[in-house]
Design a protein around this ligand. Structure first.
Ligand code: WQD
Length: 337
């Protein structure tokens, strides 16, 4: 059976997608450099699914390694998850973000082309919409005006993929614009486990609840929103992973094409909503302090995902309570290990 090549297979979204793909009977070749993940994730994926991934350690910038992987495996599709993803960090480290999130994709695409593998699912982000002109955001909403290098790096790659498709209509490309993935696999074995202090809201809240961190800094309460704090569309990472099964089915069915989908729930929640939802779901307290805005943040962002529902027959089904419970369960599990 031909294999799907997963870059960043040990990362947060990559690992959850590997579980769903393996459970659905797909075979996987994986690559990870452990810059924001851990080797132990491989054993945990095996523990959950009972199946192995053919794994290579290394970096997507290493063309020789990518050549080796494509020469040694019969690959018919690539899902590219490998990227740095912190909005806040990207503002202070633009060069690292453009190298890791753009140059590495160019290396991947050139090797795919050499091997005539032209089926790709790319992890993009709602941050490509910059400060959205309206919410909920549809795929036709204007992109650009990105407010941080992370979002700009994703916008650059989307443009590269559009140019590539224009140059060669044999390509089949699915661009998934993720909103805010949170939560964890219900086993508690895999989840969002950033190396170092979390940059994202949910892992931070979880570590305050387990008392690994003292309190949550709420980055600003003076936005033009219902309670002044930032509003985002939080989606369970397992719902997001399941969309990739639908994306693979779509690309396997189509002769060619470039397809773009928002992956969100259509619900926007503020930071204070999230604190209260987490406390209620887990019967814990999450102390917080209102602090200054974080550079690069926007006020409000949530999705209209009806296009994915119609064309992929995919819809997020897991609730905010599921997201909060599963996130906390993973963080507690991780701490006890
Ligand atoms: C969410 C809200 C912060 C931390 C994410 C991912 C990015 C991309 C887009 C997929 C904001 C506030 C956060 C904290 C806080 N996802 N916050 N205190 O910035 O929306 O970006 O979604 O591609 O990879 O990072 O997510 O979780 O960092 O912030 O108040 O300690 O929580 O201001 O309003 P963001 P986030």
């Amino acid at each position: 059976m031909k294999k799907i090549f997963i870059t960043g297979c040990c990362g947060y979204i990559g690992s959850h997608t590997c579980v769903e793909l393996l459970d659905a009977g797909y075979e996987i070749v994986g690559l990870d450099n452990f810059s924001n993940s851990k080797p132990s994730v491989l054993e945990r994926i095996k523990k959950i699914t009972g199946k192995e991934i053919k794994f290579y350690e290394g970096d997507m910038l290493d063309k020789n390694l990518l050549e080796k992987i494509f020469n040694e495996n019969e690959i018919n599709m690539v899902m590219d998850f490998a990227a740095f993803k912190s909005v806040g960090d990207s503002v202070s480290k633009p060069i690292e973000y453009y190298i890791d999130n753009v140059s590495s994709v160019l290396t991947l695409l050139s090797v795919m082309k050499e091997h005539n593998i032209k089926s790709l699912i790319f992890s993009s982000s709602a941050t490509v919409y910059g400060t959205p002109e309206f919410v909920p955001i549809t795929e036709e909403s204007k992109t650009g005006g990105t407010t941080n290098p992370y979002g700009t790096s994703k916008l650059f790659v989307e443009q590269i993929l559009k140019d590539l498709y224009k140059s060669d209509n044999d390509w089949k490309i699915c661009i998934f614009r993720y909103f805010n993935p949170i939560g964890a696999h219900q086993s508690g074995l895999i989840g969002e486990e950033p190396n170092g202090k979390p940059a994202n809201l949910m892992p931070y809240i979880s570590m305050v609840a387990t008392k690994e961190l003292e309190y949550l800094s709420v980055f600003g309460d003076d936005y033009d929103t219902k309670d002044g704090t930032g509003i985002r569309d939080y989606i369970h990472v397992v719902d997001l992973a399941r969309a990739h099964i639908k994306g693979a089915e779509k690309l396997n069915k189509e002769k060619s094409g470039l397809f773009i989908y928002n992956l969100g729930t259509g619900e926007g929640y503020s930071v204070l909503d999230m604190i209260h939802a987490f406390e209620n779901a887990n019967h814990v307290s999450v102390p917080y302090k209102i602090e200054a805005r974080r550079p690069g943040d926007i006020a409000e962002c949530f999705a209209d995902s009806s296009k994915a529902e119609k064309e992929l027959n995919w819809k997020a089904t897991l609730t905010l309570e599921d997201m909060c419970k599963d996130a906390y369960n993973f963080t507690k599990n991780r701490k006890e290990k």
